[in-house]
Design a protein around this ligand. Structure first.
Ligand code: PBG
Length: 336
């Protein structure tokens, strides 16, 4: 109106020109989240009962193998390219060594075979770590006094676990344990078995984060251990350390990882960007259970707009440099 038109600055550069309509905004948009970027993490349980909702992760369930296959079909039909599987091991199958992790007829391998048989186009990522199988909830075998996780003996078990899951049909194994040298050991073992087409998605920069709380409820690694705040600081990265994260990730690249992951995602955007610049491998970001729970909880309180916050959280991961995103929002986004 009058007031607006009577004042004129002599501005040569007006960035707002490129924001003035939705057409121009679309045209100059730099990052986009595509459904084909997403991997859905899924929980699988041993019994045949109905899906069990996970309280701290709204709309997420522990599925029986039968329901899991159905869920995978729906995800695949909606355009999602991959799922990451997390077995919920019954407590009676847990022991201090996590022996169930290498059982070829364990829940994970059975689920992989079932999905492969019915949904052959979906990429299957098998998480490789001992925490769903150990009675203490740690990602490896403990020292005698229980104060630490032993590296090399744990890697030996992880290597067997990777082979069992690759043989069951995982397209990628995804070591999430943060032991030293595991990527190289797994790569060598896979190749020696002729499994040279099985890829490795390395959880390279996995931080000792408080954001994993709801996940530990979901897989029961917290209840086994009797605490949700298991101290994994002797193997997962210190949240304060940026250089160390890049160094560890580049070791994984050198050992033969096909993709590198940063986890959690949202609180570690700088690491995603650093890694994007330090490596030419595809970078994955894991938007973890606590990030998902946070958005749900604040929206439920009416304090944030659910859809806008969700979309912004994912867009930020792409803008930071992630190619692939593991997110519990995958299905609803694909169906939106
Ligand atoms: C464990 C593992 C964790 C997650 C994925 N794999 C938890 C942990 O390290 O305790 C967390 C995922 C999430 O919070 O969504 N190997």
């Amino acid at each position: 109106m009058q007031i607006g038109n009577s004042v004129r600055m002599n501005l040569l550069k007006r960035p707002r020109r490129l924001r003035s309509s939705s057409a121009i905004r679309d045209l100059v948009q730099e990052a986009r989240v595509e459904i084909t970027d997403l991997i859905a993490p899924l929980f699988v349980k041993a019994d045949d009962g109905a899906p069990v909702p996970i309280e701290s992760m709204p709309n997420q369930f522990r599925f029986s193998i039968t329901d899991l296959v159905q869920e995978c079909k729906e995800l695949c039909d909606a355009g999602v390219r991959g799922v990451a599987l997390f077995p919920v091991t019954p407590d009676e199958k847990k022991d201090p060594l996590g022996k169930e992790s290498t059982n070829p007829d364990g829940l994970g391998p059975r689920a992989l075979r079932a999905i492969n048989g019915e949904v052959p186009d979906l990429l299957l990522f098998a998480d490789i770590a001992l925490d769903p199988f150990t009675s203490h909830g740690h990602d490896g075998i403990l020292t005698e006094d229980g104060s630490d996780v032993v590296n090399d003996a744990t890697v030996e078990t992880l290597t067997k676990m990777a082979i069992v899951h690759a043989e069951a049909g995982a397209h990628f194994v995804a070591p999430s344990d943060m032991m030293d040298g595991r990527v190289g050991a797994i790569r060598k073992a896979l190749d020696s078995k002729g499994l040279n087409q099985t890829g490795i998605l390395a959880y390279s920069a996995k931080f000792a984060s408080a954001y994993y709380g709801p996940f530990r409820d979901a897989v029961g690694s917290a209840s086994a251990a009797g605490t949700r705040s298991l101290d994994k600081r002797s193997y997962q990265l210190n949240p304060a350390n940026r250089r160390e994260a890049i160094r560890d990730a580049l070791l994984d690249e050198g050992e033969g990882a096909d993709m590198l992951m940063v986890k959690p995602g949202g609180p570690y955007l700088d690491i995603i960007r650093d890694l994007r610049e330090a490596s030419s491998l595809p970078i994955a970001a894991y938007q973890v259970s606590g990030e998902y729970a946070q958005i749900h909880a604040t929206a439920k309180l009416g304090w944030l707009d659910y859809e806008k916050t969700r979309n912004e959280s994912l867009l930020s991961l792409k803008r930071a440099g992630a190619d692939v995103i593991l997110t519990y929002f995958a299905k609803e986004l694909a169906n939106a």
